[in-house]
Ligand binder design. Structure first.
Ligand code: HEC
Ligand code: HEC
Ligand code: HEC
Ligand code: HEC
Ligand code: HEC
Length: 178
């Protein structure tokens, strides 16, 4: 009865070595700050948040409640775009309908991202009971940007800590680091 266990133990080692290899490779890298991510649909923030004054949190619905601000699901786009074809870029709205018809989520490319060892809670920054900061403090005048192509701020530790000092928020290592 010893031999099969030995074989089993060996294959467990082999499997975990293989998965360690896979996890070392990690997820696909997000674009560098200066990069120019090509989004699956050219989503115009200036039209939605500027011209039509749709509230940021109508789409980024969880900013006041959780760590992430949230990216809207296809359903929230279709509330308007079943009827609105768009006069300037109707072909982009066609792409949106194709994702909807296939029942697929839109694979948006992530732009703002801190390192995995850093904790960034949106709700602590934007909720009225927290920092009560405007989105533009960190993301710039998004309502004027046609397509977001890069970050408005460096997202370095110095940037975080400078504002924390100014606003008398905690600069304790453990509030930001896991
Ligand atoms: C009609 C829905 C809608 C509204 C309104 C909207 N957004 Fe967005 N936002 C999106 C979508 C879709 C994306 C993903 C595509 C992209 O990155 O351009 C996005 C992406 C972003 C990103 C980049 C996310 C990343 O990948 O890191 C930021 C920052 C952002 N929005 C901020 C804002 C702010 C600030 C406002 C208000 C001034 C706003 N948005 C209004 C739909 C919306
Ligand atoms: C509250 C209504 C509303 C929602 C929700 C909405 N849109 Fe729009 N969208 C509009 C309006 C209005 C226009 C401008 C149409 C025009 O000027 O002809 C537009 C324009 C666009 C355009 C450019 C088309 C053009 O010709 O201007 C794209 C692409 C687009 N929306 C994608 C999206 C996506 C993706 C979502 C979901 C993340 C979304 N929209 C959510 C109302 C909305
Ligand atoms: C104090 C700075 C700051 C403020 C204020 C802020 N953000 Fe962010 N935002 C960030 C950082 C940093 C990231 C990257 C977070 C990460 O990687 O976990 C981010 C990521 C995002 C993302 C992409 C990922 C996600 O969280 O879903 C969206 C969308 C976004 N912010 C929208 C908003 C909106 C809308 C507001 C206002 C309601 C806002 N942010 C306010 C700093 C800020
Ligand atoms: C523009 C100013 C500003 C920037 C930039 C900023 N923060 Fe903050 N942050 C605040 C304020 C103000 C608070 C305190 C909110 C409150 O009182 O609840 C806070 C609170 C926090 C908290 C909760 C602290 C606690 O005591 O539990 C964390 C975690 C945090 N920030 C992380 C970050 C990280 C990580 C970055 C950079 C990626 C960052 N912040 C950038 C203003 C900022
Ligand atoms: C307000 C949030 C915040 C606080 C407080 C904070 N850090 Fe950081 N730290 C960050 C962010 C954001 C990064 C990622 C920077 C980047 O990717 O460029 C980081 C990165 C780091 C790194 C990695 C450096 C690298 O090259 O990636 C170390 C080590 C570190 N911090 C240590 C500390 C120590 C020690 C303290 C306490 C004295 C501390 N941090 C306090 C936000 C914070």
């Amino acid at each position: 009865m010893r031999r099969p266990w030995g074989v089993l133990a060996l294959s467990v080692v082999a499997v975990s070595a293989a998965s360690a290899f896979i996890s070392l490779q990690g997820p696909p890298p997000s674009p560098p700050p200066s990069g120019d991510p090509v989004q699956p649909i050219a989503f115009p923030h200036n039209t939605h948040a500027g011209q039509f004054r749709i509230d940021c949190q109508y789409c980024h619905f969880s900013a006041e409640r959780s760590l992430s601000a949230g990216i809207p699901p296809v359903e929230s786009c279709m509330g308007c775009h079943t009827v609105i074809q768009g006069r300037n870029r109707p072909e982009e709205v066609n792409k949106l309908r194709e994702y909807w018809n296939r029942g697929e989520p839109i694979p948006w490319v992530r732009i703002y991202k801190v390192a995995d060892h850093v904790r960034f809670p949106h709700m602590r920054h934007v909720s009225p009971q927290g920092g009560n900061l405007d989105c533009s403090e960190c993301h710039g005048a998004v309502e004027e940007i046609e397509v977001i192509r890069g970050v408005a701020q460096p997202l370095t530790m110095g940037w975080c800590v400078d504002c924390h000092r100014k606003k008398e928020a905690s600069v304790d290592c453990t509030v930001c680091h896991y």
